[in-house]
Design a binder for this molecule. Structure first.
Ligand code: ADP
Length: 270
């Protein structure tokens, strides 16, 4: 049974680490720029060896009765062909990179679905901890982002809220939309976080003392993943907490219109 626990924990850590690896927005933009420069440069670079090979082939044809000349043209042709090979290799790598990026492509995300999925993932955990999950607030709001990443982030907050709460308490997930932002708040009536720890809990592997004594299964990675995922969406995470009274973690994201509400799809940054 202990082995099963360890395996489950290791899998959890592996999943969380995958999310840590996702690049932040500024790096995303830098990559995008690099890619565009690269495409402009390569199309020019590709033309050069192709043109050279064509010219050398013509020259070889007309020099067919001079073996020395033919050999010289042939060796230059082979060098150009090698250059062409290297270039195509680089282009292949680039498109692989792009494909990996596309897997986490941002799009329209319905917050209702993110909340529903995140709650569903932890329903069993909540029941076995005798914690009731309650959903409230606004419906029908949208953000731009990756639904999977947001579900993972909100899920981490819900998992913590359950883990650090007493039996018979409630965990609330509330959505509030303002003109330009969407806030998703997770509130618990649990052990809370001492003021001295409130900044540090977002650091990788940091765990507050109260938590360590209560739940040995934690990794200290959850909140750093939440922070990273949310900042990748151009948002931020806020924390309000009082020891023994509870905590509220709020994910604040820039708001976007539903695509069918007449909004134009967001253009890719150049
Ligand atoms: P983990 O929960 O695996 O230890 P996290 O990064 O998710 O790691 O959280 C870091 C620390 O923040 C926890 O160890 C705990 O001290 C504190 N913490 C997070 N969420 C809560 C919460 N809802 N109530 C009380 N403490 C919390």
């Amino acid at each position: 049974d202990e082995t099963r626990l360890i395996v489950a924990r290791a899998t959890g850590i592996a999943e969380r680490l995958t999310l840590l690896i996702v690049r932040d927005i500024s790096e995303q933009e830098r990559l995008q720029q690099m890619r565009q420069d690269f495409i402009a440069n390569t199309s020019h670079e590709l033309k050069t060896p192709v043109g050279a090979i064509a010219l050398l082939a013509e020259a070889m044809e007309s020099a067919s009765d001079d073996p020395d000349q033919v050999r010289r043209f042939a060796s230059r042709m082979s060098a150009e062909a090698q250059r062409l090979g290297e270039l195509t290799g680089r282009i292949m790598n680039l498109s692989k990179l792009q494909a990996a990026d596309e897997l986490t492509e941002f799009g329209d995300v319905a917050v209702d679905e993110v909340v529903a999925h995140a709650l569903e993932q932890y329903q069993v955990q909540a029941e076995s901890a005798d914690v009731s999950l309650v959903r409230g607030g606004d419906r029908g709001v949208h953000v731009r982002g990756s639904a999977n990443i947001l579900i993972e982030a909100l899920g981490n907050l819900i998992a913590n809220a359950i883990a650090y709460s007493p039996h018979g308490s409630r965990v609330g997930v509330g959505v509030r939309a303002t003109a330009d932002a969407v806030e998703i708040a997770v509130t618990d009536q649990g052990i809370g976080i001492a003021e001295a720890d409130q900044q540090r809990v977002f650091e990788r592997f940091y765990r507050a003392d109260q938590a360590r004594s209560r739940r040995t299964g934690g990794t200290g990675l959850g909140l750093s993943i939440v922070k990273h995922a949310v900042s990748r969406h151009g948002g931020e995470v806020r924390l309000w907490s009082q020891p023994d009274r509870g905590s509220t973690f709020t994910i604040r994201l820039p708001r976007s219109e539903a695509p069918d509400a007449g909004a134009t799809p967001a253009r890719r940054k150049r």
